[in-house]
Each structure stands twice: as C-alpha cells, then as structure tokens.
Design a protein around this ligand. Structure first.
Ligand SMILES: [Zn+2]
Length: 53
C-alpha cells in the first residue's frame, strides 16, 4: 500500500466528501483518500478516546 500526500483537484475526500479546494492536502491510501481537515478531526477524536481510557 502506498500512502502519500498530494494536492490534486481531482481527488475528493472519502470522509467528508468535499470537493477540490486550493491548498487542500489529501492523503491517499488503499483506494481511498482523506483530507487534512479530516485528519485533524480524527486526531482530536482519538486523543479524546485515549483520555477516557
Ligand atoms: Zn475530508
């Protein structure tokens, strides 16, 4: 599996479904993509879950 960050107006985020925007970074993985905003949100959620133990 290749994971790489890219700025590609053709790639939509599979999580929020948002379309192309300037400077949006989309990280692509195995047949899917996640944008920088969703990565930030995921990190917050994970940290909250860790705090709850
Ligand atoms: Zn997204």
């Amino acid at each position: 599996m290749t994971i790489k960050p890219l700025v590609d107006p053709e790639v939509h985020c599979n999580w929020c479904g948002r379309g192309p925007e300037p400077r949006r970074i989309v990280v692509t993985g195995a047949g899917m993509a996640i944008c920088d905003d969703c990565v930030d949100l995921a990190v917050v959620l994970i940290e909250e879950e860790k705090k709850r133990g």
